[in-house]
Design a protein around this ligand. Structure first.
Ligand code: EPU
Length: 339
């Protein structure tokens, strides 16, 4: 298996940033992953970047190592009964393709996660979430090639240590595993999650009379399309920062000073603040410097209008972060991985 050399990564990251990989290899099966690591001895110690849909990375320069593009396909029902179906999905399958597959069959559980860019393998890495649902709610297990142990390991939900946009693969096991497949448990008679206000409003606009997997997915697609930029048209990686949590004391102090502040109580009594609100309140919404900008319809999304570099976007994000600390004493943490 021979890697390509000096390959442009522009088509492989949703920010649409130009950067080159010293070496680039695609793999389409678990056997190929093992073969690549057996054949290219230096790969175990070299700098590596495993890419799925490239929807959560900011490339700040050329990559002087091996980029491994995950193209493992396949969606297979491995268990089915009257109430549920267990789907084993290749890590390279685009996430939204999987959602449409489930929606077509009226299998519920991931309709709220419609239209999220990226691959199925990337979904557990950061426990993707939207409109009140997170991947962990439907997750059963995953298989990964453990580079150090040279073998395929199965992880159940507990092993993945899921948190808000977090998993073990962003921490202890960072760069240690190549995800091969993800197994999800979907429901044939799902309980729908429409607690999120925007979904209810959209369903009303659509004049939906009875809920279904399909019409919830359609509502989510309509909401997302109305306020999030399509990466095929404007480069972006979704929310650039996570929504930060503050303690109850700080929340109430801020709320006194800024009555429209948006925040929700967490189960542990702390409050999660809407980072988009904080960024907008600092005046960044719609800001543009060259081709790097803050999206006019959702301030949490940074955008590349054409030829912004990763460094320009990173520096814009640092300015935003500094102004949010200055105004609110709240520290934003990146959701996007800077490479
Ligand atoms: N808001 C503003 N100004 C803005 C943006 C948001 O005031 O420019 C306020 C809104 O008015 C709303 C609140 O912030 O009251 C929340 O906004 P929104 O519903 O758009 O969601 P979010 O918290 O900004 C999160 C996820 C999104 C996910 C949506 C919907 C994170 C970091 N982001 O965004 O996920 O789609 O909720 O559930 O948790 C992603 O992770 O890439 C992503 C897009």
């Amino acid at each position: 298996m021979y890697p390509g050399q000096h390959i442009s990564l522009k088509p492989y990251n949703t920010f649409g940033i130009e950067a080159f990989a010293r070496y680039f290899i695609c793999f389409k099966s678990r056997e190929e992953v093992q073969e690549i690591f057996d054949d290219i001895k230096e790969l175990r110690v070299a700098e590596r970047l495993v890419l799925g849909g490239g929807s959560n990375i900011l490339l700040c320069g050329d990559f002087n190592g091996y980029v491994l593009k995950n193209e493992i396909g396949g969606i297979e029902a491995i268990h089915e009964d009257a109430n549920s179906v267990m789907l084993k999905v290749g890590a390279g399958v685009p996430w939204h393709q999987l959602v449409l597959y489930a929606v077509d069959r009226d299998w519920g559980g991931i309709e709220n996660l419609s239209l999220i860019p990226g691959s199925t393998g990337a979904a557990p890495m950061q426990n993707i979430g939207a409109y009140g649902t997170e991947l962990k709610d439907v997750f059963h297990s995953l298989e990964a090639y453990h580079i150090g142990e040279k073998r395929i390991v199965t992880f159940d939900k507990k092993d993945c240590k899921f948190g808000y946009r977090e998993s073990v693969f962003k921490h202890e096991l960072k760069n240690q595993c190549v995800l091969l497949s993800v197994t999800l448990c979907l429901k044939k008679n799902p309980e729908f999650n429409i607690a999120y206000g925007a979904i209810q409003q959209e369903l009303e606009k659509m004049k939906v009379e009875s809920l279904s997997v399909k019409n919830i997915s359609d509502a989510v697609i309509r909401i997302r399309s109305s306020k999030l930029p399509d990466p095929a048209k404007i480069g972006n990686a979704g929310s650039f920062f996570k929504n930060p949590s503050v303690n109850a004391g700080q929340f109430h102090d801020l709320k006194k000073q800024y009555p429209d502040l948006v925040g929700y109580e967490n189960t542990d009594g702390s409050y999660k603040l809407a980072a988009g609100w904080l960024i907008e309140a600092c005046g960044w919404k719609g800001y543009r410097n060259g081709d790097a900008g803050c999206y006019p319809l959702q301030a949490l999304v940074l955008v590349n209008y054409g030829n912004a570099s990763g460094k320009e976007l990173l520096s814009l994000s640092e300015e935003i972060k500094a102004s949010v600390i200055h105004k609110f004493s709240v520290m934003l943490e990146r959701e996007v991985n800077v490479i």
